[in-house]
Design a protein around this ligand. Structure first.
Ligand SMILES: *Cc1c(COP(=O)(O)O)cnc(C)c1O
Length: 300
């Protein structure tokens, strides 16, 4: 998959004025640059899944997501590039396809729309097999790429992270990326997860059960910056996002990375860090999601 290229990833320092120079460094790991569609952490969660499917002669990837899902669109593209078919089981009915779903179809993904109630059966293998019975040799990737190859693949992000960073910040959806990173990073690097949904600390147990021996500690979830819940935002967050991109020349997405950077800046301002701390914030991508919230004038 030569169009998805690790070498496009880079680390960029944020403007010291943006965080009032209250820490020694605040840099951003630009995983969003890896590819416009298979962006950010999604590629890392998918790559070992796709490899497994290829190595074991599966022919169709089946996975799950909502109408704006970064995971769904990334899977459609990555499967297509790998010569595999793909099926997306979509949560809810849509009168009109979202830009995300249109791209999924263009990448050859077959969409199956199910009710929210049925979608809750997404871990029921029998139901999935029935749903996708007329597709060849299906390999099922759970929602959010939340399986062992997904966590291992996310752990590969450690290749970009130098030991000099004391704190690593990442946005959390399923917790797959955070768990993979915790397992692959040195135990003394603090890992901070920012949760974009309400009461997201239920993720603590998912993450804790997937950590390797010796890597159980030194991570924490922050769920104060959900802005009303997953997929919700207000004008304050939009203003913040636009200001961030104008100052630092880095676009953020409204669903995940804006909330993380908002929280991180507040923690810095409130004295959560020592002046000698060096923070690396991971840009997990998701910029395509901004297209789905049309009508807002994003300044990228
Ligand atoms: C999916 C996603 C996340 C969350 O990743 P998980 O591995 O599910 O925790 C964070 N940021 C962006 C932009 C995403 O698309």
């Amino acid at each position: 998959m030569d169009t998805i290229n690790d070498s496009l990833v880079k680390i960029e320092p944020l403007q010291p004025g943006w965080y009032n120079s209250q820490v020694a460094a605040l840099d951003m790991l630009r995983l969003d640059l890896v590819h416009p569609i298979v962006s950010g952490n999604k590629w890392y969660k998918l790559r070992l899944n796709i490899k497994y499917a290829q190595d074991h002669n599966f022919r169709t990837i089946v996975t799950f997501g909502g109408g704006y899902s970064n995971h769904l669109i990334a899977t459609a593209y990555a499967a297509n590039k790998a010569g595999l078919g793909s099926v997306g089981v979509v949560r809810g009915k849509y009168d009109k396809l979202t830009p995300t779903l249109i791209t999924c179809q263009q990448e050859g993904m077959q969409l199956i729309f199910v009710t929210k109630e049925d979608y809750n059966r997404k871990e029921d293998k029998e139901w999935i097999n029935e749903l996708a019975y007329h597709f060849d040799e299906i390999f099922i990737i759970p929602e959010g790429g939340a399986n062992e190859p997904g966590r291992k693949g996310a752990g590969l992000i450690n290749r970009f992270i130098k030991e000099a960073y004391t704190h690593i910040a990442v946005s959390v959806g399923s917790g797959t990326t955070l768990a993979g990173l915790r397992n692959s990073l040195p135990a003394n690097q603090h890992l901070m997860g920012f949760v974009p949904m309400k009461q997201g600390t239920y993720l603590n147990s998912y993450i804790a059960t997937h950590l390797s021996p010796g890597k159980e500690g030194n991570w924490q979830l922050f769920d104060d910056w959900h802005f009303g819940g997953f997929g919700k935002w207000n004008t304050e967050l939009i203003t913040f996002m636009n200001d961030f991109s104008a100052t630092n020349k880095i676009p953020l997405d409204i669903i995940y990375t804006s909330k993380m950077m908002y929280g991180l800046r507040e923690l810095i301002a409130n004295g959560h860090f020592a002046p000698t701390d060096k923070i690396l914030a991971i840009h997990t991508g998701g910029l395509q999601g901004n297209d789905g919230v049309g009508g807002l004038n994003f300044n990228q």
